[in-house]
Each structure stands twice: as C-alpha cells, then as structure tokens.
Design a protein around this ligand. Sequence first.
Ligand code: FEO
Length: 392
Amino acid sequence: MKRRPIKDKIHWLGAIDWDRRLFDSLIPLPDGTSYNAYLIEGSTHTALLDTVDPAMLDLLSKQLDGVATIDFIVSHHAEQDHSGAIPYVLARYPQAKVVTTPKAKALLMDHLHLPEETFVTVADGEILSLGDKTLRFIHTPWVHWPETMVTYLEEDQILFSCDFFGAHIAASDLFVTDQGRVYESAKRYFGEIMLPFRNIIAKNLEKLANLPLQMIAPSHGQIYDQPAWILEAYRDWVLQPPRNLVVLPFVSMHGSTRMMVDHLTAALTERGVTVELFNLVVADIGKLAMALVDAGTIVVGTPTVLAGPHPLAAHAAFLANALRPKAQYLSIIGSYGWGGKTVEALAGMIGNLKVEVLEPVLCKGMPEQTTYSALEHLADTIAQKHQESGFR
Ligand code: FEO
C-alpha cells in the first residue's frame, strides 16, 4: 500500500498487519493491528512521525520512495512497534534528527543502540517549525510507558497520539467508519495496557482538553475524524466510578466450582447486578481486561489443585493485580477436594488491588445447601455494597 494523504502535505504511512494475533506474546489481537506513521511536509522541513514494527519495514521502505528529505523523525514512544524502524530511516536519511522526550532518548539508546548525537530532546510544550506547519510536543507520560508524548499539528488541528487512543484493528479504511467496532477495540486496548495508569492518564486528558481537534491520528487502528467520542470514552474509562458489574473469571475441574459460579451468577442477576463470566480455559484475556475497566467487584472462581488455586485462576489474579482496575470489592469462591490454602495464596497475589475482600465461599466436594446459602449471602452483600457505593 502506498502512502495515503489525510490532509494537504500530510500522509499516512505504515503497515496494516492483518495476520498478527498476539502482541507482547500475551495480548490477543482478534482484529489484527496496524502500525501508523505520518509524514508531514512543511514549507522548509519534513518530519516523519514514528515508524513501523521492524517486521514490516519493507512496506515503509517502499512508501518512502520519492521522499527526498526527512529532517526530523519524531518518536512518541520507544516501544519497537513504533520505533523499531528508526535505524533504517536514519540510515536512509542520515541528516535526520530523532526528536523525542529526554526519557525516550535514554530508552531508544537502550533498545535500538542509537548514537547520542542523533537526538534532539524536546520539553513539554516545545514547538518545532516545519515552515508553514508547526508541531507542538505535549508530554503525556504513561500511555503506557514513562516516556510517551504526543504531537499537536497546530495549523491542521491534528493530534498524533501514538498508542494513546489507539485500537488494534486492521482495516483498509483510513478513517473510522464503524464507531461501535472501534469503541470495543479501543476499550480492549485501554484495558490491556492503559488501565494501571489511569490516574496519570486523567492528567494527560486534562492537558489535551482545550485543544481544538479536527482529528486524532493514533499509531494503531484508524484515524478519528470525529474525535469527540473517543475523548469522551477515555474520560468514562478513566474518571467514572465502576459499574454495577461483577466480573467472574473462573475455572472448574469436575464441575463443582462451576455449579457455584452458576448459582452466584443467578443470585446476582436476580438482585439487579450485571455479571460477566470468563471461563479461563477458553477465555480471551483481552475481553477480561475490557470487563475489568468497568467492574465494581471481582469474584475469582477456582478449585483447589496442588493445595492452591488452579494455575489459570492464579494467572487471572496476577493479571488483575497488574492491571489495577478500579473495582472496590473482591471475593473468592470454589470447591476443594481435601484441603489446601487457596484463599491465602490468591490473597497474597492481589496486593496492588485496593479492594475490600468479601467473605470467600469454599466448599468441600460438591456444593450443598449451606454452600448455596453462603452464595446467596455473598450476592446480597455485593448488591448492597454496589448500591451504597453508587456504582452505575
Ligand atoms: Fe504500540 Fe506501546 O506500542
């Protein structure tokens, strides 16, 4: 695919990765992804904003044919899916300078072994003139690494946001055409990598709040030519209280834990609490991350195996602990065969979560009436806590 104009003297370059199904050897990509770079040709200077994943360097290389000069390579983020082709671009345009934050300079030197003299670092709010086009760099740390920044193109009112507002979608249309689909993908992306940093992201959103914006051009997914809704979605995910939602990742070995999960789900539903179940044997952890964006309560359902939680439940607890969602309550339910320390082991894995732990419900073997009564009580407690907390 050739480079494509998005406005006068502004082109999209990059790669649409239709086939990729996993990011970071961890995150599912059901819709593929893209690595977007942008070429801005001012009257005096030309800037390339980000590059592509090195696996797709050939595409970028062809798109640069006919581009006589690049004066600046703006690197918003040092992760290699955007920075990995910088060494190639520098080799092709040896006079170019890499424009980035001081923190990104250090990271790019670590990750790509770029020489120090290649860099020009920019302060928060600093301006770079390309002649008739003006780039303003805005530091937006922790979306989702510490060094990240965005670029505002003043004359065209375009925000080049890199991972911020991104969505893992492979699509031939350059601009968003299906808002519902992009909303889901962007929320999944937010849940997977941005969620732990939402307090800092709130400050970043404030910094952007007064910018007149015609477009947001991220480095994954499609360009927002009506950007108000994605800004509003981020404000919702970052700032709003949790929803009246229980997220219930579970695993069952012989069916007893599943019986408990089903009973609790029905009891919560009867009490007006929404429940999302994730059978961890088959669950898409991206969907789990997305649900955690809104969860008021997390309930982990696990049998006891080898005297502790099932490894799949431990994996889910580890992820939830790393993602630090805004859930305020947590409980554990499950069946055990003969004994063990499942609750203690799981409780030791969730130190990052600022949650009140509600009385776990464990049973030996198949659940019986006392187990179901305890689950009903847990449902009562959750419904009451959600109401008292004002969850939406
Ligand atoms: Fe798309 Fe954090 O790299």
